[in-house]
Design a protein around this ligand. Structure first.
Ligand code: ASP
Ligand code: MG
Length: 412
């Protein structure tokens, strides 16, 4: 029997009617001869409500009880989905994480999956069960407490089940019809991609294309789980959505797959720090300890033993970053003349595995920005990505210009 994993996000199970619609899709896959593992999210808005109740009750909450509360939304949808399938005469039952059991470590609120023994579900499939409906986002710790996997975690649950059961594919049903070349709200030329490579998706996911939890893509890449992102609202056909797959399965490549952005960035520069061994560690150690998510880092060429160090971080972490630097200065660990924060910047990136084999991508990107008179403040590159920091007021313009420059409106 081939196993198919189908995951339904919060909007796809947001009402009992929507659960019925989702159940019909499941029924069709059962009719196609698959054993199906359905992973459900909580009804849309539910998890936020539960988190709010925890915060109201106990601002410095016990993370174990936080997990006990916020995991409950998925229990409701799992039971309702199983009931709906039973109403359709499809043999189905629900499973909470601990019943499977989906075993995690003890990091409450952001637990890591350790293993998913398949024996329990397999025995029921062998017994005639057609659909196992599993509550996403939750597991059980070594101490036997309920854990959650972090917000958006049911994507990761779905991929982990697909890996554990050797599923032929993992279909992620959501409220968008796939992965786009860029945000369609920024340019109407944005186009749905039929296929995208894991590495590209990883870059796009972490750059703010919020379709899939980043961890789920990492996991899919590691275990070579074919992932398909598709809408639960559109009419279904075999080619629906975007397939996230290995690059060997992508025949024709545009050099660039997509343009990503991150709107609310800040650029911070430490002016005139001593250029000596250990200075980067002395700066970025305290920033890491303060929980600042540093992204780009640029160190200038030094003059007379002193240099400027620039880094970017999310704009809402600027105060925390500044305090970490001032404290380090107080302790005598670093010494700088001034700390300058530019809180009006955005990051725009072009991403594509084709960059590995094509020269001139950076030049084409910089020319497109020049033609729009957009000044670049910081540049960083990786094997398959080029990112620039620019003034926030030009962000949309830059995304549009790059989308045009790399002809992303044309099918790859
Ligand atoms: N319900 C959880 C959340 O909203 C998990 C998920 O839907 O992926 O974060
Ligand atoms: Mg989600």
């Amino acid at each position: 029997m081939s196993v198919l994993v189908m995951k339904f996000g919060g909007t796809s199970v947001g009402t009992t009617d929507r659960i019925k619609r989702a159940a019909k899709r499941v029924g069709r896959e059962v009719a196609n001869g698959h054993d199906v593992i359905v992973i459900v999210s909580a009804m849309s808005g539910k998890t936020n409500e539960l988190v709010g109740w925890v915060d109201e009750t106990s601002p410095l909450y016990d993370a174990r009880e936080y997990d006990a509360v916020v995991s409950s939304g998925e229990n409701v949808t799992a039971g309702l989905m199983a009931l709906t399938l039973q109403e359709m005469d499809i043999p189905a039952r629900s499973w909470q994480g601990w019943q499977v059991p989906l075993k995690t470590n003890g990091a409450h609120g952001a637990a890591r999956i350790e293993s998913i023994p398949t024996a329990n579900l397999d025995a029921r499939f062998a017994d005639g069960m057609k659909v196992a409906v599993v509550a996403g986002f939750q597991g059980i710790s070594p101490e036997g407490r309920i854990t959650t996997l972090g917000r958006g975690g049911s994507d990761t649950t779905a991929v982990a089940f697909a890996a554990a059961f050797g599923a032929m594919r993992c279909d992620i049903y959501t409220d968008v019809d796939g992965v786009y070349t860029t945000d369609p709200r920024i340019t109407s030329k944005a186009r749905k991609l039929d296929r995208i490579a894991f590495e590209e998706m990883l870059e796009l996911a972490s750059l703010g294309a919020k379709v899939l939890q980043t961890r789920s893509v990492e996991l899919a890449m590691r275990y070579k789980v074919k992932l398909r992102v598709l809408s639960s609202f559109d009419e279904y056909d075999e080619t629906a959505g975007t397939l996230v797959c290995g690059e060997d399965e992508i025949m024709e490549n545009n050099v660039v797959a997509g343009v990503a952005y991150s709107r609310d960035e800040a650029k911070m520069t430490l002016i005139s720090v001593a250029d000596r061994p250990g200075i980067a560690a002395a700066i970025f150690g305290p920033l890491a300890e303060a929980g600042v998510n540093v992204d780009m880092i640029v160190q200038n060429i030094s003059e007379e033993g002193r240099t400027d160090m620039t880094f970017s971080c999310p704009v809402d972490q600027v105060k925390r970053a500044a305090k970490a630097m001032e404290d380090a200065k107080q302790r005598g660990e670093i010494n700088y003349h001034d700390l300058v924060a530019d809180t009006e910047v955005s990051k725009v990136s072009v991403v594509g595995i084709g960059m590995r084999s094509h020269a001139g991508v950076a030049a084409r990107m910089f020319k497109a920005l020049r033609d729009e008179n957009v000044n670049i403040k910081v540049i960083t590159t990786s094997e398959i990505k080029i990112s620039v920091l620019i003034d926030r007021k030009y962000m949309e313009l830059a995304v549009q210009a790059l989308h045009d420059a790399f002809e992303l409106e044309k099918a790859r």
